[in-house]
Every structure is written in structure tokens, then in C-alpha cells.
Design a protein around this ligand. Structure first.
Ligand code: IPE
Ligand code: IPE
Ligand code: MG
Length: 255
């Protein structure tokens, strides 16, 4: 089936229940490559094609924010050649893909501790933010040197700083205020988390934002993920009743 049909089908059947914010743990690149007798970095390279297709799908079906886990705070501990391969790829993607994203009205937002990256990468990230920041289409968040715990700690630190300077009263710290200092502030709540690669874990991704997200796990390795698989996740999402602590009866009666 042609890719465009998948988009049309989703719009035809699920336009009322498209998740506003989707997060993806793009896992399984290494195993996919190794299965083919190729080095792990080959899997990361192929993973970029799946990113491109997922971004396109998200744009076409009207998802507002897409947050991709590209590199975790813990991934620095991988073998040196894999880390440097990933950094080269990150640099390449920032150089080659940003123009197309901009043309497609995508706002690119890299989240994570950017100070861990080389000056060159940081320059590219800043340039990409600047170029795309006024765009009004899909918000594409790429989590790099990101950890959910890091995000919570850096938010806490900023609030502490505000208390120290007298700008904030401790009694005014609540969930809303805490949220204002987190990386995804101002974007819709995370509705759906997808993890490829067969594992049922969160691996320090969006811990704060996961509170009421629906979880979708698939054994497919990331380089094999495509619009069709994305559509399956949206279909499963559309079929769930989100109760947010209420009863099913309350949800049905709209109270
Ligand atoms: C995810 O794929 C990409 C990154 C973590 C950078 P992996 O590299 O973790 O692939 P597997 O899980 O080892 O197969
Ligand atoms: C999570 O995958 C991080 C990314 C996809 C970037 P990992 O492969 O690092 O997670 P674990 O080690 O299996 O938990
Ligand atoms: Mg992995």
C-alpha cells in the first residue's frame, strides 16, 4: 500500500483522535544492523530514513509535537567508535536536513544538556533553532544528551534559583510552576509514547511528561519503522478510553 494511503486512511478513520503529542524511543538500530552482519553505526544511519518518514507522517496527520529520543545521557558510555559515529551522524543531519524541515514549516527544538556536545554541534543546533523558531507547523523535539531525571533536576534547580533571588515563594511551587521549567513547557501533554525494539521500559525518557501517556511497544527495530507502523500505533491509541482517574461512566457522560 502506498504511504500516502496510510495517511489518508488515518485521517479518514481517526481524525477525531489523533494524539497531539507523540514521543518515540527509537530503539533497535544496533541489533538491526548486527542481524545483517553490519556494524551498529550502519543501523543508526538507516534509522535516519525512519525519522524522515515518521516526521512526514506526523506532519500529514496533524500531530502537533513529536519528541524523538536520539541520544540519552547514558549513551555516552557506549564504545568510543559508536559514540563518535553517532556524533558525526548528528552533525550530518543538522547540516543536511534542517533546510527541508524549515521548508515544511517544522520547528526544530533540540532538548537535553547541550553543553555536553562539541562547539560545532552546538553552533548547528543554535542555527537550526533560530532558522525554524517562527515556524507554525509540527514541533519536532529531538532529545539529545537528554535524560528524564536530568530534566526534573534542572527544573528544580531553576526554581531553587528563583526562590533564592526572592522572585518565587516556596508556597507557590506546584505542578504547573514546576512544569514551566521543563524542556517541553508550552507544548501539549504527551499523549502517546512509542518504543520500538521490543523492550518494555522507559530508559529515562520523558519521566515527568509520561504521567498520563498511553504506551505502545513494538518489536520492530527502529530502521524498519515506517508510516504504516506509526499508523498502527495511532489506531491503537484511538481505541483506548483515556480516563485520567475518572470512571468509564463519567467519561461517557462527559462529566
Ligand atoms: C537506539 O538504538 C539508538 C540509540 C540509542 C542511539 P540502539 O543503538 O540502542 O540499538 P540496540 O537497542 O542496541 O539494538
Ligand atoms: C534508549 O535506548 C535511548 C535511545 C533510544 C536514544 P537504549 O538502547 O539506550 O536503552 P536501554 O539501554 O536498552 O535501556
Ligand atoms: Mg537500545
Amino acid at each position: 500500500m502506498a504511504k500516502v494511503d496510510v495517511v489518508d486512511q488515518v485521517l479518514e478513520h481517526y481524525s477525531e483522535s489523533i494524539p497531539q503529542h507523540v514521543g518515540i524511543i527509537m530503539d533497535g538500530n544496533g541489533r538491526w544492523a548486527q542481524q545483517k552482519g553490519m556494524p551498529r553505526v550502519y543501523g543508526h544511519k538507516k534509522g535516519v530514513d525512519a525519522v524522515r518518514e515518521s516526521v512526514r507522517f506526523a506532519r500529514k496527520v496533524g500531530i502537533k509535537s513529536l519528541t524523538l529520543f536520539a541520544f540519552s545521557s547514558e549513551n555516552w558510555k557506549r564504545p568510543e567508535d559508536e559514540v563518535s559515529g553517532l556524533m558525526e551522524l548528528f552533525m550530518l543531519v543538522l547540516t543536511k536536513e534542517v533546510k527541508t524541515l524549515h521548508k515544511n514549516n517544522v520547528r526544530l527544538n533540540i532538548i537535553g544538556d547541550l553543553s555536553g556536545f562539541s562547539d560545532k554541534i552546538q553552533e548547528k543546533v543554535n542555527a537550526a533553532h533560530e532558522l525554524t523558531m517562527a515556524n507554525t507547523g509540527l514541533v519536532l523535539n529531538v532529545a539529545a544528551n537528554y535524560g528524564g531525571r536530568w530534566d526534573i533536576v534542572q527544573s528544580a534547580k531553576q526554581l531553587a534559583q528563583q526562590v533564592k533571588s526572592g522572585e518565587l515563594d516556596i508556597d507557590d511551587i506546584n505542578e504547573e510552576r514546576f512544569d514551566t521549567q521543563t524542556s517541553l513547557f508550552g507544548q501539549p501533554d504527551l499523549d502517546l509514547l512509542i518504543r520500538t525494539g521490543g523492550e518494555y521500559r522507559v530508559s529515562n525518557f520523558l519521566l515527568w511528561q509520561l504521567a498520563y501517556a498511553e504506551l505502545h511497544f513494538t518489536p520492530i527495530f527502529w530502521p524498519e519503522f515506517d508510516a504504516h507502523r506509526f499508523a498502527q500505533a495511532v489506531e491503537a491509541f484511538a481505541g483506548t478510553e483515556r480516563r485520567f482517574g475518572l470512571t468509564g461512566e463519567q467519561i461517557k457522560s462527559g462529566s
